[in-house]
Design a protein around this ligand. Sequence first.
Ligand code: C3B
Length: 832
Amino acid sequence: MDARYKSREIERRSLDVDGLKRSFLEWLVYSVGKDARAATRRDWFHTVALAVRDRLVDRWMDTTRTYYQQDAKRVYYLSLEFLIGRLLTNSLANLGITDQCRQALDRIGLNLDDVVEAEPDAALGNGGLGRLAACFLDSMASEALPGYGYGIRYEFGLFEQRFEHGWQVEYPEQWLQFGNPWEFPRPEVLYPVQFYGRVEEFRDSVGERAYRWVDAERVLAMAYDTPVVGYGGDTINTLRLWSARATRDFNFGHFNDGAYMKAVEQKVLTENLSRVLYPNDATEGGKELRLKQEYFFTSASLQDILRRYLQHHSNFDSLPDKAAIQLNDTHPAIGIAELMRLLVDQHGVTWDKAWDITRATFSYTNHTLLPEALEAWPVRMMERVLPRHMQIIYEINAKFLNRSKARAAGDNGRLSRLSLIDERGDRRVRMGNLAFLGSHKVNGVSALHTELMKQTVFADFHAEFPERINNKTNGITPRRWLHQANQPLAALITSRIGNGWIKDLSQISALAEKADDLVFREEFRRAKRKNKKRLAAYIARQTGVDVQVDSLFDVQVKRMHEYKRQLLNILQAIALYNEMRDNPTVSWVPVTKIFAGKAAPSYHMAKLIIKLINDVAKVVNHDPSVHDNLKIVLLPNYNVTAAEIIMPAADLSEQISTAGMEASGTGNMKLALNGALTIGTLDGANVEIREHVGEDNIFIFGLTAEEVNDLRASGGFNPRDVIASNPSLKRALDMISTGVFSPDDPHRYHPILQALTDGGDHFLVTADFSDYCQAQQAAMDLYRDQEEWTRKAILNTANMGWFSSDRTIMEYATEIWDVHPVKPEHPAETET
Ligand code: C3B
């Protein structure tokens, strides 16, 4: 494409070094408005981003136009979270102009890596669910699938985490403070979204009973579009994020009364709707603003989808042939009632027809079985905020329960479990049930999770609709997580097997035969060491702790949650610390324990565990008697950008959730792809990772999901007995309880000890402790044999091809969406 662009002599699109350099210099002056001498790093970032953006706009429009002209079936991925991170490296790499850009900057006396550092990390998500959505965007564009992301343009992304005296403190994340060069505001793409008010019944033109939603408050949803560059730059899709705007008439009403300040105040309140991302990765039970956010972006997205559909169609019969709408968890599940409302109330479609269309259009992904994360909105709130939707939900429910087999069998227990309304206590709308009922396909995110869905939360629905539940094991994009984040390893792989793996990760299996090649092993280790040096420098900068590059980098990075069991890891660290002190003459394998992750601001236990890790780290890192053989660091403000530094540098990947509780995990995939060996339970996708990398190349320990279930059901587990019978666990807990790590407040960790003992140890930390320590010992022993370790690490990388999100997304495309690749036509490039 380079030559073609050059032949047209359009400099702003040229992809060679000179052309890039010229446009950088021009952009700096004419768009950023700075002189080269006065330009800051941030100015240069904006300059480069704008110049790169120029180079993708034509192809972006070509992509959109092709979809339009072919009236292609599109997939709409509705997600309250998109954890996309930085975009510059990604755009350059996917356009294939990283080297040219580096050289062009070089000629101006700048370093691309420094410029990249000035980009804020777009943290429009909490954790795995949001990052999965971002990987899916990359894969849809790379697979030439007509895919759109729809979400909210939060002004404040996930909070910035700092540690003050070892405690987590949250600060606002102002990622938009200096503007966002990637987005295109679309002030003309504006949809009204209503709240509150009441429903009026009337007779329509043919005398049928009909409803309208009146006296409601109105908010406008305004679109911001971000181009999503696929690998190779051929397909450029759209991420459309909605921002809340107050309506004008609403303001002017107050203005005329002279109540100017009140009007402005109302405007600010209205626009708060898209102000901030909820920082909990489980649920935000009962928060009205959260419900409004969910409805806001879902309604705007559906209006936009119908508008696009109606450009080519005059009735809704073929909506399911032209649009697949994927619900990313239950957050957009209100969309099922909203589509019914739009079709029935606004477009006059009959109920039964509308229901068939709705079900054929929607599908739903479940991401967790945690009971606290299954959304259930109080009926009274729903009636107040979305009165018409509440009616529609009642109607859907009545029709469904009337027809269900449970009624025929007279099984009232099952009937009440199938109901969209939880009648126990204050009545609630079960959004999971609504999502299930309104979708033609429902999927889990790993084989085990999907199986458990069938057995637990959706057992009754599964009996009713045995074809509906299916599995789509998560994946990760190899572009960001290997090609971009791990350049030393990516270059090594490409030098041996070519670069086809970037687009087709299954090709990486060709590395397996190199596992026995001593030269390759040496180079593999060298790449890992380079990444470890980079991480060590980052750790020193962030925490002031010096770590040994050649120590075993033992990494647990993910949200702080009791079920993920960072506590198990830190207890093992204390036990190891004790062993090292007891046996100073033994030649220990040096270990660096690396933690990172945010806790929800209101999750006290998780925050206490953060404090514990920091307290233990302080004691261990300053104890000369361990001779630097053990270091513990908790890196602040874990985000996508930090993950890009951490993942490539890990030796050991901690995936130690209580079996049955982690739906899939995706960090486990990033780490293994980058050559870390996993230490983990048979939970989530760990099960499938074991199948792919081979059981000799992974450290599996602990209770299985079935054993966990049995243990809990039998009530036959007493953590105090377990603790009493394990001296090293007892000693570690005694140290915590006597204030060894918290001399300023010896009782600080009482709640943790309480949870592990009288609390019944719900997450089975004590039950798995001994087995976990043995697995850790096996890992340390193996690490002494660097050849053997490297061989296994290579086999991990080589066998992770299946975990590409390209594989996942093509499974969704063929088995759920029936959406097919569409090659964009680039007319400007073919005319000469
Ligand atoms: C997460 C799950 O906890 C992970 O196991 C899973 O890999 C990802 O979703 C992606 O499927 N998850 C999350 O981040 N937030 C939720 N509210 C629910 C699940």
